[in-house]
Design a protein around this ligand. Structure first.
Ligand code: SF4
Ligand code: SF4
Length: 86
């Protein structure tokens, strides 16, 4: 199954506020923009400022490891992504 089709099988309950908070001042001078490359769900978009479509986050944590300037926490309570098994 392609990545796009797998993403359609997920259920999201977005929180009202983003659980992903990049330091936009650091983003202004960031040349690598690794967040836009590493995220499997294309949450980050390269622009001025960088935009964050946090509603699509898979909570994999890759961006948190790749960039020290991203404030990252899980969505509150039962918000966020739900994975189906089986
Ligand atoms: S979030 Fe990190 S990698 Fe992405 S643009 Fe900002 S500083 Fe660069
Ligand atoms: S936690 Fe994973 S899916 Fe969510 S924004 Fe970071 S890299 Fe993308």
């Amino acid at each position: 199954m392609s990545m796009d089709k797998k993403l359609y099988t997920l259920k999201y309950t977005p929180d009202a506020n983003s659980h992903l908070k990049p330091d936009l001042e650091k983003c202004k001078t960031c040349k690598a923009k690794i967040c836009t490359i590493i995220c499997p769900a294309q949450v980050y978009s390269c622009g001025e400022p960088v935009t964050v479509n946090f509603e699509n986050c898979l909570e994999c944590g890759a961006c948190k490891i790749a960039c020290p300037y991203i404030g990252w926490e899980y969505p509150r309570g039962i918000k966020g992504v739900m994975f189906k098994h089986g």
